[in-house]
Design a protein around this ligand. Structure first.
Ligand code: ADP
Ligand code: 5GP
Length: 192
C-alpha cells in the first residue's frame, strides 16, 4: 500500500477457487455500510444455476470480451483454468473510487499480478484454506461444477498457493467470522 492511498481503498482479494473469497467479501461488504463495494467482474464461463448476470458476474460472450480488451475497457484480464476469460472492467472500479467508495476485486493470482504491474495503489490479500482437503470439500460442497472442473481447479490451486508470498497479507479462512474480521481490520488499517 502506498502513502497516496487513503479513504477509498482498492483491495485485491485472491486465493484458490472454492477457498471462500466471495463469501468472505460479501459478508465484509454487508457490514461496510456503503463504504465498500465488490467489483462485478466479467467472464466468458457459463453462469451457475443460482447466478445472475450483472449481480454475480457480467456474463459475456468471447466476442464481447475480446472487444472490451481491444477498446481498452479492462483494468486487467486473464485466461483462468486455461479455458475462460475473466477480467475487471474499469467501469467497475474508477467511478466508485472517484466518489469515495472503496472497491474490492476478487480475482485470481494472474489478475493480482497484473494490478501490481499497473502500479495502482492497492492492498492485496491472499486467502488460504485451512488445508487442501478442506478446499476440495468446499469445491464439492458448492455442488455446481463437474469432476473435470474440480480436478482442474485443484491443480490450479496448488500453483496459486505457492504464490501466496506475493501478497501484502495472508489470511486463513478457517472460521468465516474470523476471516471477515481479519480482512476488515486490514482494510481499516489503510483507510484512515
Ligand atoms: P470462492 O469465491 O473462493 O471460489 P466461495 O465463496 O464460492 O469461494 O466459497 C466456496 C464454498 O465454501 C461455498 O459453499 C461457501 O459457502 C463455503 N465456505 C466459505 N467460507 C467457509 C468457511 N469459513 N467454512 C466453511 N465453508 C466455507
Ligand atoms: P469462478 O469460476 O469460481 O467464479 O472463479 C474462478 C476464478 O476466477 C477465481 O479464482 C476468481 O477469483 C477468478 N476471477 C474472477 N473474476 C476475475 C477477474 O475479473 N479477473 C481475474 N484475473 N480473475 C477473476
Amino acid at each position: 500500500m502506498t502513502d497516496s492511498q487513503h479513504r477509498a481503498p482498492l483491495v485485491v482479494v485472491s486465493g484458490p477457487s472454492g477457498v471462500g473469497k466471495t463469501t468472505v467479501v460479501e459478508r465484509l461488504i454487508e457490514g461496510a455500510h456503503g463504504r465498500l463495494r465488490r467489483a462485478i467482474t466479467a467472464t466468458t464461463r457459463k453462469a451457475r444455476p443460482h447466478e445472475q448476470d450483472a449481480r454475480d458476474y457480467h456474463f459475456w460472450s468471447e466476442d464481447e470480451f475480446r472487444k472490451a480488451i481491444d477498446d481498452e475497457l479492462m483494468l486487467e484480464w486473464a485466461v483462468v483454468f486455461g479455458q475462460d476469460f475473466y477480467g475487471t472492467p474499469r467501469s467497475e472500479v474508477d467511478p466508485h473510487l472517484a466518489r469515495g467508495v472503496g472497491v474490492v476485486l476478487v480475482i485470481d493470482v494472474q489478475g493480482a499480478a497484473r494490478v501490481r504491474e499497473l502500479g495502482v495503489p492497492h492492498l492485496s490479500v491472499f486467502i488460504n484454506p485451512p488445508n487442501i482437503e478442506e478446499l476440495e470439500a468446499r469445491l464439492r460442497g458448492r455442488g455446481d461444477t463437474d469432476e473435470t472442473r474440480i480436478q482442474r481447479r485443484l491443480a490450479t490451486a496448488r500453483e496459486e498457493l505457492a504464490r501466496a508470498g506475493e501478497f501484502d497479507h495472508r489470511i486463513v479462512n478457517r472460521d468465516l467470522d474470523e476471516a471477515v474480521s481479519e480482512l476488515d481490520r486490514l482494510i481499516r488499517a489503510v483507510s484512515g
